[in-house]
Design a protein around this ligand. Structure first.
Ligand code: NDP
Ligand code: GDR
Length: 370
């Protein structure tokens, strides 16, 4: 039985990857951070009682800023595969916490690789590093592929750039099986609430159910190549099953503006939008609403701009070329954008239906910052 160690197991990708690895018969060890509230919502459905023999999912407290913790865990677990998914992964927030992001996303990667080396596990343990299309940043070439030059545009991307190169360096210097997955944006119903797709599907669901009138967004012009996280975690696993370690781009090859993602999400609830104005004055207004069960009114301003969501430097266009992953590993995405939007909308409508029942029953619904 293979053993995997997953950092970032409580995140979106950690949850889908854990499900996949357990299905494949792995014993999965995950590092979770201590927090003052439970933070395992995304993997609670996979929980196994550690008091019962043969638990295949084992959680450990830890942190990518703590070398001793990482070294001890790797020594105890002796993993066949490490998936380094842990990161402060929000690009906008990385401008507010640049030093922390460098420590976790950059040096954290080094801590793991060096622990594997110092423990003499370079021949046993394979390492997957969660690299990102944000490395491409300012457009140098489209579509972006493994050979496209990097030009990071945020503290997050700069930290991930260190993670990328230190992974390549440990592969070359110590003959380790270590590889980078350069993954383009991937989303799902488990996506963090403040990333743009989930922010949109949550807001549309709340508005449809009459729980909110309007949402505030940032730059609607940027374009992203969005896939489904389920497809992408399958690609991560495939990268660690090859004969030799290499870096791969995972992407769909289709790019879409934020504005079009908004249109698609509203279309799921039968609403057609009119976009008026430009820049910070842009507003999306309900032009027609076909589904009488939902709370939209013609003329309702549903999306407005708040410059606080703008980034000091933006990544305008991402579109990936997944040819190498397709030809060398046989990877291709099964979901298209419409199927992704539909799944996210369906899930968020269900989620907020609960709030609606609570409200109707006289209970208070608390608001959260987005
Ligand atoms: P999430 O933000 O959903 O999850 C991040 C995970 O990292 C969480 O489990 C979080 O724990 C954990 N984490 C944060 N800080 C630390 C720390 N100091 N020590 C240990 N763990 C920590 O990200 P995703 O699942 O979306 O992404 C997974 C990885 O892939 C990340 O590295 C991300 O940067 C990268 N990536 C993501 C893409 C995407 O589109 N989703 C695309 C390309 C790369 P907690 O739950 O406690 O916050
Ligand atoms: P990104 O994802 O920065 O691509 O990083 P995000 O969903 O945060 O932003 C995508 C684009 O949408 C624009 N945008 C907004 N973004 C957010 N979050 N909130 C808004 O209100 C809003 N309005 C417009 C952004 O400016 C941007 O252009 C994600 C993360 O998962 C990274 O960890 C990962 O590495 C990359 O994808 C690939």
């Amino acid at each position: 039985m293979k053993k995997a160690l997953v950092t970032g197991i409580t995140g979106q990708d950690g949850a889908y990857l854990t499900e996949l690895l357990l299905d494949k018969g792995y014993e999965v060890h995950g590092i979770k951070r201590r927090s003052s509230l439970f933070n395992t919502d995304r993997i609670d459905h996979l929980y196994q009682d550690p008091h019962v023999d043969n638990a295949k999912l084992i959680l450990h407290y830890g942190d990518l800023t703590d070398s001793m913790n990482l070294t001890r865990l790797i020594q105890d677990i002796q993993p066949d595969e490490i998936y380094n998914l842990g990161a402060m992964s929000h690009v906008r927030v990385s401008f507010d916490t640049p030093e922390y992001v460098a420590n976790v996303d950059g040096i954290g990667t080094l801590r793991l690789l060096e622990a594997v080396r110092l423990l003499g596990l370079t021949e046993k343990t394979r390492v997957y590093q969660a690299s990102t299309s944000e490395l491409y940043g300012l457009v140098q070439e489209v579509p972006q592929k493994e050979t496209t030059p990097f030009y990071p545009r945020s503290p997050y991307a700069a930290a991930k750039m260190y993670g990328y190169w230190i992974t390549v360096n440990y592969r070359e210097a110590y003959n380790m099986y270590a590889c980078n997955g350069i993954l383009f944006n991937h989303e799902s119903p488990l996506r963090g609430e403040t990333f743009v797709t989930r922010k949109i599907t949550r807001a549309v669901a709340k508005m449809a159910l009459g729980l909110q009138d309007c949402t505030y967004m940032g730059n609607l012009n940027s374009k992203r190549d969005w896939g489904h996280a389920k497809d992408y975690v399958r690609g991560m696993w495939m990268m660690l099953q090859q004969d030799k370690p290499e870096d791969f781009v995972l992407a769909t090859g289709v790019t879409t503006t934020i504005r079009d993602f908004i249109k698609m999400s509203f279309s799921y609830v039968g609403v057609e939008l009119d976009f008026k104005g430009e820049g910070i004055d842009e507003v999306a207004i309900v032009k027609s609403s076909k589904n009488a069960d939902f709370a939209f009114k013609v003329g309702q301003a549903v999306v407005k701009i708040d410059p606080k969501y703008f980034r000091p430097t933006e990544v305008d266009l991402l579109i990936g070329d997944p040819t190498k992953a397709n030809t060398k590993m046989g990877w291709k995405p099964e979901y298209d954008l419409e199927a992704l939007v539909n799944e996210m909308m369906e899930s968020d409508l269900k989620l907020f239906q609960k709030d609606k029942y609570l409200l109707e029953g006289g209970h208070e619904i608390l608001k959260q910052a987005e």
